[in-house]
Write a protein that binds this ligand. Structure first.
Ligand code: HEC
Ligand code: HEC
Length: 404
């Protein structure tokens, strides 16, 4: 009886109107699990279900198949780079879960950031560790011209796309003939933006499939004993910690296990915090390729998203909360690649022993050392490992005639 009552409350709170499970009809396995979690932990678990479908009104070809095909060719195209040797996939390698396995990225030179995985990046609210881009298409333009990453430029990229026979054919299918009436500079810029939008159409399909954890959550909803058995007991203990006592859910929640916000998790550092999100907001607002700029396909939508952005000093040292799907396969970790393994990450959250000294006036602190014992650390790790989905499908791998 108690269970039915609390489920009704949850159904209202979580908008789960279709939540049909009643304690009488659920099996003993479900009953035992239900008793293991508090109402809040249970609700947080259920809120991880159903990855939303990505969309981007500022990119009208986001869902277009021809743009996807062009984007796939471009993603693996090394001639976008200054030296002809680097493609997006050089750092975002599908065989390495769309990252590079390095602490810090290496393009033409070493970059001062760790390469994030592209799994589900289409569902990010903001792109980059400091959130300085508001769409996948505007994001994609930056690495191409970044002197330490690909070191290319828009004029040469436009020239390549409009003259190489294969790319030109794909381009024409996606966008039709390049505008004739524009100056060379404007044409290059227009085509460059279209390159970004096609890359975004490709990246929009890099979405994780269901994991053992998702199967388990589905079991919590339906009572299906097979689904409930998908998660091993240690990972269940880890999930309870993650969504309860350990407080991980404060920042890692919802289907992506990210709040899409920016925080300082007190990684080891020397000196003052970096500008981080503080600089990111500044760059986003002045980016000529942002969602309210002339290249956006929905300036109004772009304007709305940027309207409520504030720049405040406490954003210094704050980086984006990464989603945690496939996290077990994307070491090293953090914006600066400081931790080589999940064990090191968990050790940090457990002790904060490597955190910078705290000042008494630091009002924004959220983290407390979790003081996890050995079995809790193992449980949290088992939970994180249960978030691994199958490898990318072949439609996302390099086209057959590519050598990248
Ligand atoms: C030299 C390695 C390198 C290359 C080449 C590269 N990237 Fe990245 N990528 C990075 C790094 C490092 C970051 C994080 C940079 C930052 O946040 O300041 C990043 C960030 C991103 C993000 C943001 C993801 C997130 O979660 O915020 C996307 C999307 C992305 N890259 C796509 C691309 C595309 C598309 C290309 C090709 C046009 C590309 N990258 C080329 C290293 C690279
Ligand atoms: C205050 C918000 C907050 C809390 C609480 C929090 N995290 Fe994080 N987490 C973040 C942010 C922000 C980052 C990225 C930090 C950076 O790179 O500077 C991160 C990074 C991570 C990463 C690395 C992901 C990657 O791809 O690099 C893992 C794993 C992780 N957190 C797990 C946990 C676990 C487990 C807990 C609970 C013990 C937890 N987090 C608690 C905000 C939080």
């Amino acid at each position: 009886m108690r269970i039915v009552a609390s489920l009704t409350v949850l159904a209202v709170a979580g908008g789960l109107a279709s939540f049909g499970l009643r304690s009488e009809s659920a099996g003993p396995q479900w009953q035992a699990l239900r008793a293991q979690f508090s109402d809040q932990e249970w609700a947080r678990l259920l809120r991880t279900a159903d990855l939303p479908a990505p969309s981007d009104p500022t990119n009208k070809v986001f869902h277009d198949d021809a743009a996807f095909r062009l984007g796939r060719a471009l993603f693996y195209e090394k001639r976008l780079s200054g030296n002809g040797e680097l493609s997006c996939a050089s750092c975002h390698d599908p065989a390495r879960d769309w990252t590079d396995g390095k602490a810090l990225a290496v393009g033409l030179e070493q970059v001062d950031k760790h390469t994030p995985s592209l799994w589900n990046s289409a569902l990010n609210r903001w792109q980059f560790w400091d959130g300085r881009a508001d769409s996948l298409w505007s994001q994609a333009l930056q690495p191409i011209e970044h002197p330490k990453e690909m070191g290319g430029n828009r004029e040469e990229v436009a020239e390549l796309v409009l003259t190489d026979p294969d790319l030109r054919a794909l381009y024409l299918e996606a966008f039709g003939p390049a505008p004739q009436e524009l100056s060379a500079t404007l044409t290059a810029e227009r085509v460059f933006v279209q390159v970004g939008k096609a890359l975004a159409a490709f990246e929009g399909r890099i979405l994780t499939a269901a994991t053992p954890f998702d199967q388990f959550v589905s079991g919590l909803q339906t009572g299906d004993p097979e689904d409930l058995a998908a998660l091993d007991p240690l990972a269940i203990v880890g999930a309870k910690l993650f969504f309860g006592e350990a407080g991980c859910h404060l920042c890692h929640h919802g289907p992506l296990l990210s709040d899409m916000e920016f925080h300082d998790v007190e990684l080891p550092r020397e000196g003052a915090p970096e500008p981080a999100r503080h600089a990111g907001v500044g760059r986003l607002l002045t980016d000529p390729f942002n969602g309210r700029g002339q290249h956006s396909d929905d300036v109004e939508a772009g304007r709305e998203r940027l309207a409520y952005l504030n720049r405040t000093p406490h954003q210094r040292g704050e980086w984006k909360t990464p989603g945690l799907r496939n996290v077990a396969r994307t070491a090293p970790y953090m914006h600066n690649g400081v931790y080589a393994s999940l064990d090191e990450v968990l050790e940090h959250y457990s002790t904060l022993s490597d955190a910078p000294a705290r000042s008494h006036t630091d009002a924004k602190r959220v983290l407390e050392a979790g003081q996890f014992d050995g079995s809790q650390l193992q449980a949290l790790k088992a939970f994180l490992q249960s978030l691994s989905s199958p490898p990318p499908p072949s439609e996302l791998l390099p086209p057959l005639d590519s050598d990248s």
